[in-house]
Design a protein around this ligand. Structure first.
Ligand code: CA
Length: 639
């Protein structure tokens, strides 16, 4: 009886529920035949498949009309007999008597140069040696230290000593790996590395630069970072080699994903296959522009949501990716972000920008920072702590805590606790959020700089009048000490450890290498900076009190000392933190140009961080009572 009921229900459901979304279309290869499929809008009139010998140019060797799999359906299919390995293909969909233009569809997993045509590959042949043994290093969210880098910034300069300049393969070289290991970061967040539009892959012998926030093929690595963009298997294999090398070093790989908009509307794979389905529109019929890039995708629509879920899963399954940073996450709806969270293993770290770049044409709840509490297991960047340190986002010349501007203390405290509810924080005085937004501290990214806006050195130069190099270094180290002692997840921009600058350019998305490159010679020029960063990160990693990972623990074991203008100090009770071998830990940040004091209980304390030195092993002792914090620096003590 039960079984009959179940069957009936299943049949009724099958009749009621619209044809389910075909998650991954495109091509399925086997040596005997290749199957092609594509999803269209219901009013599509015809779909042509063209087979080519090359990824660019030449005439099709075959043109085939796909067939609807069912009358009035949206899925089209065809099977092409013979071995198509090494061939390329395009789809062309006709609506209202007009073909939309050739494209590889939305689910190409291999493409030719510039991503114009899909490629037929045997994906198993793209695996580097030992790939089957590759696995994601297990690092809990609370233990992460994230390093945000651009492939070209990192390796392009002669001073890097790296062979594969500007390529995925640079990250496989011992000098790169050793640098990251020495610094101590355990996750590398790579700026967009899927196939994007703004670098012409046919002209890689000329210097071209772009951050890559202009997606073309979401499920294929960018050709410009490969050694041969014409051979579809090369970028795939080299990307895997990069992941493999980083994993071997115990470093996670986080992908910057940009599902919120596409390079353009007209030529996009979305628009050419399902016109106007994937984009939000305003009431007046114009395209909404919540991304600030001319369009915004509609994550709340079934096929778009499914696309995002499947795409993220694909990168996890096929490329062993460890985490995702969602560009303008605030353009997406909450339900989609939660669906993505559910679809991937718990150790995949997910975070994003909890804002948009314009108003979105969506009336439901968006994945904004203020809604992070409704997205368990997803984190958002804290502009509170960032701007409390360096100054507001809307002016490069305005300083804050680092520049000796008072009034940023509560915002700093907000960032130190990880954006959670804490009795010592006066939320009415926090710069942007008048209430805590995170349930857990691992839902907040602590940072002072990223690829956007000025890097730290430039910002200090632009906002602090008459600043000296000595002061830049002191304030730089002070800023990162706040970040690395935050209960949130710490995040740093690549090159800050080399005291990088971008010659004052704040939006360097297409600036030349001379602006964006890291100058590795700075490691010798300012050795104290790398030394301090190393010591600081090692200290954080060795002491669970700095990353307790739970809001309750933070509320119980972190308390703030009385605050003065540009002076913030807190106490950690290490005795209550499992695995912690320090007892009372005192951390103080003094942004004033003169030494200040704090009052701590009597006793003998080991100094681990003072002025421009940080060493977990200790650098002598001080007596309790009145303790001095030198000008423009941090002090960390423990007993
Ligand atoms: Ca490209």
């Amino acid at each position: 009886m039960r079984r009959v009921t179940f069957l009936l229900v299943a049949i009724i459901m099958a009749l009621l529920v619209p044809q389910s979304i075909n998650a991954r279309t495109g091509v399925t290869y086997s040596p005997g035949a290749s199957e092609f499929s594509i999803e269209t809008n219901v009013d599509a009139q015809q779909v042509k498949l063209r087979i080519y010998k090359a990824g660019l140019g030449g005439k099709p060797v075959k043109t085939i009309n796909l067939k609807r799999t069912q009358k009035g359906g949206t899925l089209w299919q065809t099977t092409v007999k013979g071995d198509l390995k090494g061939m390329f293909y395009t789809f062309d969909v006709k609506y209202n008597g007009k073909f939309m233009g050739e494209c590889p569809g939305i689910w190409a997993t291999a493409v030719g140069v510039n991503g114009k045509r899909g490629a037929v590959l045997d994906m198993t042949e793209t695996n580097p040696e030992g790939w089957s043994a590759d696995s994601r290093p297990f690092i809990a969210a609370k233990d992460l230290v994230i390093y945000e880098m651009h492939h070209r910034d990192f390796s392009i300069d002669e001073s890097s000593g790296l062979e594969h300049k500007g390529k995925f393969l640079a990250m496989t070289e011992p000098r790169a790996i050793e640098h990251l290991k020495e610094l101590g970061v355990n996750a590398v967040h790579i700026l967009p590395s899927f196939d994007y539009a703004s670098v012409d892959e046919t002209r890689l012998d000329e210097p071209q630069y772009n951050w890559g926030y202009d997606p073309v093929n979401y499920n294929v690595p960018e050709g410009g970072y490969s050694t041969d963009p014409y051979k579809p298997e090369v970028r795939i294999r080299e990307f895997k080699q990069m992941v493999q090398a980083l994993h071997k070093a115990g470093i996670k790989v986080i992908l910057d994903v940009v599902y919120n908009h596409t390079w353009n509307i007209e030529g996009s794979n979305f628009q050419r296959t399902r016109p106007d389905y994937f984009y939000r529109k305003n009431a007046d019929g114009t395209y909404s522009n919540g991304s600030g890039c001319g369009n915004e995708t509609a994550s709340e629509r079934e096929a778009m949501r499914q696309f995002m879920v499947e795409s993220v899963k694909y990168w996890v399954d096929v490329y062993h990716i460890d985490g995702f940073r969602f560009d303008l996450m605030g353009v997406h709806d909450i339900e989609t972000m939660n669906a993505i969270r559910k679809a991937v293993p718990q150790d995949i770290f997910i975070y994003g920008e909890g804002w948009s770049a314009g108003s979105c044409a969506y009336s439901g709840e968006l994945a904004m920072k203020a809604n992070v509490s409704k997205m368990p297991g997803i984190a958002a960047f804290s502009d509170e702590i960032r701007d409390a340190l360096r100054g507001p986002w809307d002016s490069n010349s305005k300083a804050a805590f680092l520049g000796g501007v008072k009034g940023n203390e509560e915002s700093l405290k907000f960032g130190i606790v990880g954006a959670i509810q804490h009795p010592d924080v006066d939320y009415s005085k926090v710069n942007y959020s008048q209430k805590p937004y995170a349930n857990e501290p691992t839902q907040m990214i602590a940072y002072v700089s990223c690829h956007d806006d000025m890097c730290l050195v430039d910002r200090l130069k632009a906002s602090v009048k008459g600043i000296t190099t000595d002061e830049i270094i002191r304030l730089d180290l002070l800023a990162q000490t706040v970040v690395m002692t935050s209960q949130g997840v710490p995040f740093m921009l690549s090159g800050e450890e080399m005291l990088r600058d971008k010659k004052g350019v704040h939006n360097s998305y297409e600036s030349p290498d001379s602006i964006n490159h890291l100058d590795w010679n700075n490691l010798e020029r300012y050795p104290q900076v790398m030394d301090y960063y190393k010591g600081l990160i090692a200290m954080r990693k060795a002491h669970p009190a700095f990353h307790m990972g739970s809001a309750d623990m933070v509320r119980r074991n972190l308390d703030f000392l009385p605050t003065e203008n540009c002076l913030v100090a807190f106490h950690l009770n290490g005795r209550n933190v499992p695995g912690e071998n320090w007892g009372d830990i005192y951390v103080a940040f003094n942004a004033q140009k003169r030494a200040r004091t704090i009052e701590i209980p009597e006793g003998t304390y080991t100094v681990v961080c003072r002025s421009i030195k940080c060493n977990e092993a200790g650098m002598g002792t001080v007596r309790g009572g009145k303790v001095t914090i030198p000008a423009q620096s941090a002090l960390i003590l423990h007993n």
